[in-house]
Design a protein around this ligand. Structure first.
Ligand SMILES: Cc1ncc(COP(=O)(O)O)c(C=O)c1O
Length: 620
């Protein structure tokens, strides 16, 4: 780890010792800028008073003339040049030098102390906010190492850790290199190369076109427009979807979801679709069970022992559920079309429905649904991969689990690794062609001021190239389940057997390897934490269901660990967590702790430890 990354987490006011020789102005200013764009505050620059060049005067003038209201203006201290090296009198000379400059050095330390006090006052003020539910977090690696654990990976956006310097440098470079120019009829290089990467990545073998927007809701809004307009320019069509789905907070996509708490108070909400009840998989008493299936089938169904069985492709032919799913889906489709419904699209979140409650849908059901909708209605299929896209579940997309391609798909969140907003909607050529024409109205007239902003596009290029480079541990395909989850089986089994727990599942498709996590876990096993106040937590329990879940940045290696009775469980000291426990109220009288640590040098004592702490017996 280079020093500028290593010390960053301390968030201490920093003194830059500039260069007072020939060429020193540019070295000093470029060092200053380089620290600035890694997030350092530099209230002080010290320069030696070199009579020949007087760099300090220029630099002082420069900062006076180039004040930036968002950045602390550094004070420039000029200090007398130390005496030339003299082999015989060095000790005496230097002693005299320090004595005669004592006052100057005191000024510097006073200034530094004041900055530090200001910093801690600010952070105290912010934590005394009137609203106790609101915490002011400037970065998870806050001063004095009072870390806050980002338990939901900032709404599932974080991929490479907070303050990842590659992303920061990319964003800084892009902001200097590219100006924002409106996107219609113009293009910028980062958006072009990002499109190529996406079509070769998440869109491989099916997508031909990329449409840019700013957030997941809009990417889905665009997807919806694409599909509905493709099917009809003039008739108002309904959508097909799954109960419990969530596609964002704009009115169009809200109307594409069934009633839920997100739309309950919106008077404009007007549901335009039919939502099938999906069979949900959860492990209970050490068996994966499926709810929402008829009793007659359930009575003869002993549950699945493994995820490998659940994702087994032969289920299509062998599983008795396969026939039931087909019948039930097709009966409903015929029923609704006979009633006069005209459907324009089927929208699904592949495998896991996120905001609606972390619902793990039986993949066989989703596969059958898509198959039946394609054969009976022949309408475009939209995959909402805003949450599942870019390795969140251990595979590049949710579609990879299903081994089915959509006609349109939306991605956001991990696309930019949590650094800045950007979203994309990918489509096939066939969808794209619908919007070609001689008049403007035939185009897909959906654009935003910041569409395809080069900062977002370049950051996305960096983050999606980084994910595959992380040291993923892939489970051995021959070992049951290891290619789907590295979670400790006994750990899951234990939870699934607790009487008050409805069920549990984990999907992470392997994990990210880390020696640091190993060392950290060793330290952890010697820890004794008694109070919930010992830990800083920032997480968002899902309001819809009483479920807790854990996600984290991929390269903040971590472990969910049980430390009660000094016991902890962690899958091979690495993980990309996608972990859900449902019905957590009164799970047990334990505390659970969730940690992640900064990928700093393992030998260092400055581990940024972040924790989450839930007292589960209190519920939420
Ligand atoms: C599946 C899904 N679709 C769409 C969205 C909306 O994305 P955004 O919050 O970026 O608008 C979300 C957000 O959580 C989501 O999980």
């Amino acid at each position: 780890t280079i020093q500028s990354e290593f010390y960053r987490v301390l968030r201490l006011p920093t003194i830059l010792v500039g260069d007072s020789n020939l060429g020193g102005i540019s070295t000093t200013l470029s060092s200053y800028e380089s620290l600035l764009l890694r997030g350092y505050d530099i209230p002080i620059i010290i320069l030696f008073n070199n009579e020949n060049y007087k760099n300090h005067l220029f630099i002082e003038k420069y900062f006076n003339e180039n004040q930036n209201s968002s950045i602390i203006k550094p004070k420039i201290f000029d200090i007398q040049l130390p005496p030339k090296k003299d082999e015989y009198n060095d000790l005496v000379n230097m002693k005299n030098y320090f004595q005669s400059n004592d006052e100057n050095f005191n000024h510097v330390t006073d200034e530094l102390e004041e900055c530090n006090n200001n910093n801690s006052n600010n952070s105290n003020d912010s934590h005394n906010s009137n609203n106790s539910n609101t915490s002011d977090i400037d970065t998870p690696d806050t001063p004095s190492l009072n870390e806050v654990f980002d338990g939901s990976a900032s709404w599932w956006t974080q991929g490479l850790g907070h303050g990842n310097s590659k992303l920061t440098l990319t964003a800084s470079y892009a902001s200097g290199r590219y100006g924002h120019v409106l996107f219609p009829e113009s293009i910028n290089e980062p958006s072009l190369s990002l499109s190529e990467s996406l079509l070769d990545g998440v869109g491989k073998n099916w997508a031909n076109r990329v449409f840019y927007s700013d957030n997941g809701s809009t990417a889905m809004e665009v997807a919806l427009k694409m599909a509905l307009i493709k099917q009809s320019d003039d008739v108002e069509l309904s959508v097909l979807g799954l109960e419990g789905s969530y596609h964002g907070d704009t009115i169009g996509v809200m109307n594409a979801c069934g009633p839920n708490i997100y739309n309950e108070k919106v008077s404009w909400y007007s549901p335009k679709g039919i939502w099938f009840k999906p069979p949900q998989i959860l492990m209970k008493d050490n068996k994966y069970r499926i709810n929402n299936i008829p009793k007659t089938i359930n009575n003869n169904f002993d549950g699945f022992d493994s995820l490998t069985e659940i994702f087994n492709e032969n289920r299509v032919e062998k599983d008795p559920l396969s026939y039931h799913y087909k019948q039930s889906i097709e009966n409903q489709l015929h029923h609704y079309t006979n009633q006069g419904y005209k459907f324009g699209t089927l929208i699904i979140e592949p495998i896991v429905m996120g905001a609606g409650g972390m619902i793990f849908v039986d993949p066989l059901y989703q596969k059958q649904l898509i198959k039946s909708v394609r054969s009976i209605l022949n309408i475009p299929i939209i995959f909402d991969e805003v949450f599942t896209g870019f390795w969140r579940l251990g595979k590049q997309t949710g579609a990879e689990f299903l081994k089915i391609n959509p006609d349109i798909a939306a991605y956001a969140k991990l696309l930019t690794g949590g650094l800045c907003p950007l979203a994309v909607t990918l489509s096939t050529e066939e969808i794209f062609k619908k919007f070609l024409g001689n008049t403007k109205v035939e185009a897909l007239l959906h654009g935003h001021s910041y569409t395809a902003h080069p900062i977002g596009c370049l950051v996305a290029n960096t983050s999606i190239n980084e994910y595959p480079n992380l040291k993923w541990i892939k489970g051995n395909e021959n070992e049951i389940d290891k290619s789907f989850s590295l979670w400790d089986k006994n750990f899951q089994k234990q939870i699934s057997c607790l009487p008050k727990v409805n069920g549990v599942f984990s999907l992470d498709g392997g994990g990210y390897a880390s020696n640091i996590a190993k060392i950290f876990n060793e330290k952890l096993s010697n820890l004794e934490r008694k109070s919930i106040d010992d830990f800083g937590i920032k997480t968002r329990p899902l309001v819809i269901k009483k479920s807790i879940y854990g996600f984290e940045s991929f390269d903040d290696p971590a472990g969910w660990s049980k430390i009660y009775n000094k016991m902890y469980l962690c899958p091979n000291n690495n993980l990309v967590a996608a972990f859900v426990v449902e019905g957590v109220k009164e799970i047990c009288l334990d505390y659970w702790i969730y940690m992640d640590i900064n990928p700093v040098d393992a030998s260092s004592s400055i581990l940024r430890v972040t924790n989450i702490f839930y007292k589960l017996d209190n519920g939420f």
